[in-house]
Design a protein around this ligand. Structure first.
Ligand code: AHG
Ligand code: MN
Ligand code: MN
Length: 327
């Protein structure tokens, strides 16, 4: 039973209390999710003022993925780290912007570990387009580093905060996917969609067309066939935004492996992007694949691993898989 406050507006904190209790989920997760929402509010504040606060552009260094770090990547990383490291339930953090796991256990051996992409889609910052923060919460018993390498199905919670025309917080604790929208008048996240299910009717196809000549032949052929069968193209270039559209409107997103000197390599990061979004997609009734496997069943080999990633509604993803192997 949910508690309704202020008319029909249900705030995140009230929802968490009732939802987690009704779902038999560890109450301590409540604080982790609230902290992520708080970090999201702070980042939203900076994103909205980035042009005024001289937060556009590069910070002047490269991260572990050899990508140019943007000023807002750094700011967002610091915000998430400082808030989560104060949470006594959390023992370890892994960030796309950190070389190694950050131990915040203070000697405690069990608790939550959180992996996050502090700012996804950072090429969109300077043009005022949508960016977001993605997170994944796992249990940890002893070895923080090893525990990050659990498969997607071990996640206790995951989701994202999207900084778009509104700031929305979308999460799952394994009992449905819910969306909260930040009310700018009072700084509260308010429930706007409960138990989101991906529609199976829309036909958006989302991938970086500039990479297509570098995809494996079977994948390029299957994409051509999907397009031929009718479908509009959409690609924002910020995974979190492409994901949110796919979740609400349906269709398929693909970031297949791209050929390079060392063979075929994926771009998207298993810990910070793929695992959490696969969890949300799965909970929304969709499907997410790494190569041909259910992304929820795949365990990362290493912290910063990159993988190919496909997700969408079941119908269109099945069609894509069929086209790949049809002769
Ligand atoms: P990040 O900004 O966290 O480094 O992630 C960028 C990722 C992802 O958001 C997006 O889907 C993808 O890069 C876009 O890559 P391309 O520019 O190669 O299409
Ligand atoms: Mn990212
Ligand atoms: Mn990022």
């Amino acid at each position: 039973m949910s508690t309704i406050i202020r008319g029909d507006k249900l705030t995140l904190s009230h929802y968490l209390l009732s939802h987690l209790r009704d779902s038999n989920i560890q109450a301590e997760l409540n604080l982790v999710i609230s902290d992520i929402a708080d970090a999201g509010k702070k980042i939203a504040h900076e994103v909205q003022r980035s042009g005024l606060l001289d937060l556009h552009g590069a910070a002047g260094g490269k991260n572990i993925h050899a990508e140019e770090v943007q000023k807002l990547d750094d700011r967002s990383n610091e915000i998430v780290k400082s808030i989560l490291s104060e949470n006594e339930q959390i023992v370890g953090l892994a960030s796309e912007e950190e070389k190694d796991v950050v131990d915040v256990s203070g000697g405690r051996t069990t608790g939550f570990i959180v992996a996050f992409d502090p700012l996804d889609g950072s090429s969109n910052i300077d043009i005022n387009a949508t960016v977001g923060t993605i997170f994944s919460v796992l249990p940890s018993w002893a070895d923080i580093r090893a525990d990050f390498l659990q498969p997607g199905r071990s996640q206790l919670a995951s989701g994202y905060v999207l900084y778009g025309s509104s700031t929305v917080f979308v999460f799952t604790v394994g009992k449905g996917v819910h969306e909260f929208t930040l009310d700018p008048d009072n700084g509260e996240f308010i429930l706007t969609q409960e138990n989101i299910k991906i529609p199976e009717t829309a036909k958006y196809i989302s991938y970086n067309e500039g990479n297509k000549t570098k995809f494996r032949g079977s994948e390029a052929k299957a994409i051509d066939k999907l397009v031929k069968n009718g479908g509009s193209s959409r690609y924002i270039g910020a995974l979190v935004a492409d994901f949110h559209r796919t979740l609400l409107k349906g269709g398929i997103f693909l970031y297949p492996a791209v050929s390079s000197d060392g063979g075929y390599i994926g771009k998207l990061r298993m810990q910070y992007e793929v695992k959490p979004l696969a969890h949300v997609m799965h909970e929304a009734g969709g499907v997410a694949l790494i190569n041909n496997e259910n992304a929820m069943e795949v365990a990362p080999d290493e912290l910063h691993e990159r993988v190919p990633f496909v997700f969408g509604d079941k119908k269109i993803v099945n069609k894509y898989q069929k086209y790949r192997y049809d002769t």
